[in-house]
Design a protein around this ligand. Structure first.
Ligand code: FAD
Ligand code: SF4
Ligand code: SF4
Length: 463
């Protein structure tokens, strides 16, 4: 008999008052009993509506059935057929708009907690099983991967498992892309990414950090070094700004810079080489996951008042509902229907105020969301000593500029064949945010897997 409870098993979490002062993971994970009980809520639907909403089509009822039988290794193997990073996706996938959005249990209650179950299986296997990768015959073919985010990691792993010699070139001093420098420890512990890197190294993948492709070495130079195919997965790390007066004042950061200083450079430690000045009142501009991460990280750095300033209402916020809820519990103050018009500085050019207008929503614009329009004469100010701009990012043009035969669209994304990831240049493939613009981990990972299949086929055809 299925478990007909209307509600999901709750995810145990750290208490808000405690967690807002530390960087440890907020969600603590299901116990074995909770996972088996939650798995009992799945009705094993014949037409699998949940699977149609997973970008990589994981056999969701299949892996959940194995959890019910307590066959966790088999559940893991089912997930791994389509996903290289289950411990990551179980934590950060926006399940409420993907797999869980079509779960039939969601019609009269809450959907099955697919993400929590995926995370449980990945963590259980990590703790209880030793992973042994099969030894494969080497092909002698060399592939270069540019960037070590989820797209690059999944492409590298799949190619190495097919026997190819893979080298990842990463611009930063640590691999992992946004998983390392963007998403904070309290949502995605870095040991999970480090484990992924260890597994790749065991497969023979070489990782060269501090190499900026397009600057230290060009795509064409990589070919002359003997690489026969290249996968570009350099992400979309170029921050956008509002172009309002005061954005160049001291104490204004892009969210990417702020989070990189904290996650990668450990700015919260007294001996960090890239510290963040002690901030007390912080304004974060934007309403996506990145804005929530920046606001919650600022709180953990010791800020007393942290505001999220967003020009539409909470309904339109692109951040995951769970992240908004967690941010509120931690005391983040939401200023919705507000738009900054300028940032004011003191006599030493340090931020001291952000000036905003109140907004109202009109008819939907081309994005389908209601258009925010300024209410005349509604300006007000908030005293702050730090402003973090989190209104989106674009692909960095460095590689494109140094490789003129790579075609890009008007947003700066590389143009590729959607099936294979092949760019306009022979033997150069691309995927992830560098193609789509800022998107999700699972989409980047899926693009890496697709490209690996196409690159493998291309290399086989070389004879
Ligand atoms: P990235 O992860 O950006 O990796 C690209 C890598 O390439 C980086 O390491 C970069 O240093 C490197 N690189 C760039 N240029 C060069 C060069 N010229 N030479 C060599 N290396 C280079 N998605 C979700 O699904 N859920 C979430 O909760 C979520 N939260 C997020 C929170 C934050 C703060 C951010 C910034 C993003 C978040 N995302 C989330 C989005 C998600 O992380 C990205 O869509 C995903 O990481 C894209 O993967 P990628 O491999 O394409 O690129
Ligand atoms: Fe859901 Fe993401 Fe897992 Fe797919 S990968 S089943 S969307 S949590
Ligand atoms: Fe199970 Fe929900 Fe998928 Fe049906 S839709 S198979 S209940 S997870």
């Amino acid at each position: 008999m299925p478990n007909m409870s209307f509600r999901k098993n709750k995810m145990p979490v750290q208490e808000p008052s405690l967690r807002s002062k530390n960087f440890d993971e907020v969600a603590l994970g299901y116990t074995l009993e909770q996972a088996v009980d939650e798995a009992g809520r799945c009705l094993n639907c014949k037409n699998k509506p949940c699977v149609s909403m997973c970008p990589v089509a994981i056999d969701i009822p299949g892996f959940i059935a194995k959890i019910r039988e307590k066959k966790f290794k088999e559940a893991y193997e089912i997930i791994r057929q389509n996903s290289s990073l289950p411990a990551v996706c179980g934590r950060v996938c926006p399940q409420e708009v993907q797999c869980e959005s079509r779960c039939v249990r969601g019609i009269k209650g809450e959907p099955v907690a697919i993400g929590f179950l995926e995370r449980f299986v990945a963590d259980w296997c990590d703790e209880n099983l030793k992973q042994v990768e099969k030894v494969v015959e080497k092909t002698g073919r060399k592939v270069a991967i540019v960037g070590s985010g989820p797209a690059g990691l999944s492409c590298a792993g799949d190619l190495a498992k097919r026997g190819h010699e893979v080298t990842i070139f990463e611009a930063l001093h640590a691999p992992g892309g946004v998983l390392t420098y963007g998403i904070p420890e309290f949502r995605l512990p870095k040991k999970i990414v480090e484990k992924e890197m260890e597994n790749l190294k065991k497969l023979g993948v070489e990782v060269k950090t501090n190499v900026v492709v397009g600057c230290s070495v060009t795509v064409d130079e990589l070919f002359s070094q003997g690489f026969e195919a290249i996968f570009i997965s350099s992400g979309a790390g170029l921050p956008r700004f509002m172009n309002i007066p005061g954005e160049n004042l001291n104490g204004v950061y892009s969210a990417n810079e702020f989070l990189t200083r904290i996650n990668l450079m450990k700015a919260y430690k007294p001996d960090s080489q890239t510290p963040i000045k002690r901030v007390k009142r912080v304004a974060v501009v934007g309403g996506g996951n990145v804005a929530m991460d920046a606001a919650r990280a600022a709180k953990r750095l010791g800020a007393r008042d942290v505001y999220v300033i967003y020009r539409r209402s909470e309904n339109e916020m692109p951040a995951r509902k769970e992240e908004i809820q967690h941010a509120k519990e931690e005391g983040i103050i939401f200023k919705t229907l507000c738009n900054p018009t300028r940032i004011h500085g003191d006599s030493l050019n340090f931020v001291d105020k952000i000036i905003c207008s109140r907004m109202q929503l009109k008819e939907p614009d081309e994005s389908g969301r209601r258009r925010p329009v300024e209410k005349k004469g509604s300006e007000f100010e908030i005293c702050v000593d730090c402003v973090i701009i989190s209104i989106g990012t674009s692909p960095n043009p460095l590689i494109r500029r140094s490789t003129p035969d790579l075609e890009a669209n008007s947003c700066g994304g590389l143009v590729v064949d959607p099936q294979t990831g092949l760019t306009s240049k022979k033997a150069v493939y691309a995927g992830g945010d560098v193609v789509t613009g800022a998107a999700t981990v699972i989409l980047a990972m899926g693009a890496g897997k697709n490209a690996a299949r196409a690159i493998d086929k291309y290399l086989a055809e070389l004879g």
